[in-house]
Design a protein around this ligand. Structure first.
Ligand code: ADP
Ligand code: MG
Length: 355
């Protein structure tokens, strides 16, 4: 709901799992081979459990990375077949990657009768992405995927890893994701650069206050004193993260009061911050958020995920959803000559076994 780019800064996040899924079907093999098939791309890949390494197929690396991590954590797995299919749009900020790694870890745990604590599934899934895909992602996506609970958001403290479920009562409103269907190439390098800038800010403060380890330990006063005069850009990025953490804490209070309108207003602020200060938005995302900003039946909207494309998240009056989608699709196509996809979504349970 809110809390973007805070996870890798040891901050607060407020995610949920939605009713879009990756399914993996698994079976044991009598040999030590791994046979994978991804239905969405109609591709297969074969290797051996004894020589797990990165391969040229990106989708397979998510799965192999999990198998590798399970072994490194000391879990004993043998050869297996895995068939994957799903309906999560790829690279749209909806964490299809975390869905794959979490589903794979969960499935292999069931298949080989391992008892892996839920929080370790989260860590294994995250590490798989770091090591085999090369994306230095935070913990939020995997945590939401594994711990998702129907009709609840998860208030997670990424420092202590403690979480709390908060009911999301939408009463007459609907969550709607709008997919820009663009993915600008900047995204990976910019993501890494943002992480570096946050670390740089912390390093400057740490030189003056030694018990500061991440932006979680930093307040605006420290930032003003140690970072402002050094680098305006680093200052701006760190300031966004500190403010975004604050917005999560306020959002939790707003949700507990049932004040959805206040949460919606905070989402618009988050978008403004992501666009103007953190600079991870793009014109397509900004267009969508601007288009709904003054509509009385849209409580809030913001871009979501890493940025530079993907989806916006909107809280829309249920009765107006169809009309709004039609309107925006027309306007978006007129502006960019690109189709806008819309997904009204429900908040669902996370990774689980289905027969
Ligand atoms: P996001 O996690 O925001 O969706 P990522 O770039 O992290 O974006 O992950 C997208 C990648 O995950 C795709 O490039 C692809 O390799 C893989 N992927 C996601 N869903 C599927 C699927 N159904 N079949 C095969 N690969 C998939
Ligand atoms: Mg991802």
């Amino acid at each position: 709901m809110i809390g973007e780019h805070t996870d890798y800064n040891d901050g607060f996040v407020l995610p949920a799992a939605i009713n879009k899924v990756i399914y993996v079907a698994v079976s044991k093999r009598s040999d030590p081979e791994i046979h994978l098939y991804a239905a969405g791309v109609d591709e297969a890949f074969k290797t051996c459990i004894c020589e797990l390494k990165k391969c040229e197929k990106e989708w397979a690396n998510y799965i192999l990375g999990v198998a590798d991590q399970l072994q490194k954590w000391g879990y004993n797995i043998g050869g297996f077949n895995l068939y994957m299919d799903g309906d999560i749009p790829l690279g749209a900020g909806l964490s299809s990657s975390a869905a794959i790694t979490c589903a794979t870890a969960y499935a292999l745990m069931e298949l080989f009768l391992l008892s892996v604590p839920k929080v370790d599934i989260v860590k294994i899934a995250q590490k798989a992405e770091h090591t085999f895909v090369g994306v230095n992602c935070g913990i939020m996506d995997q945590f939401a995927s594994v711990f998702g609970k129907k009709d609840h958001v998860i208030f997670l403290d990424c420092k202590s890893m403690k979480h709390q479920y908060i009911p999301l009562k939408l009463d007459g409103y609907q969550l709607v994701l709008l997919n820009t269907n663009v993915k600008h190439t900047l995204s990976e390098s910019a993501y890494n650069r943002r992480r570096q800038q946050c670390e740089q800010g912390v390093a400057w403060i740490k030189a003056g206050i030694s018990d500061v380890h991440t932006l979680r330990d930093v307040n605006l006063k420290m930032l003003d004193k140690y970072v402002k005069h050094k680098d305006a850009d680093v200052y701006q990025k760190c300031k966004f993260v500190i403010e975004e953490n604050q917005r999560v804490l306020e959002a939790v209070a707003q949700l507990k009061r049932g004040d959805l309108a206040a949460l919606g207003a905070a989402m618009f602020e988050t978008h403004e911050g992501l666009s103007r200060a953190y600079r991870v938005s793009c014109e397509e995302l900004d267009f969508l958020v601007e288009s709904v900003k003054n509509l009385p039946y849209v409580l809030g909207a913001r871009m979501m995920g890493g940025g530079f494309g993907g989806c916006t998240l909107n809280i829309v009056e249920t009765e107006k959803v169809t009309e709004l989608i039609a309107q925006l699709q027309k306007a978006y196509h007129k502006e960019f000559l690109i189709q806008l996809d819309a997904y009204p979504v429900e908040i669902e349970d996370g990774t689980k076994l289905v027969w």
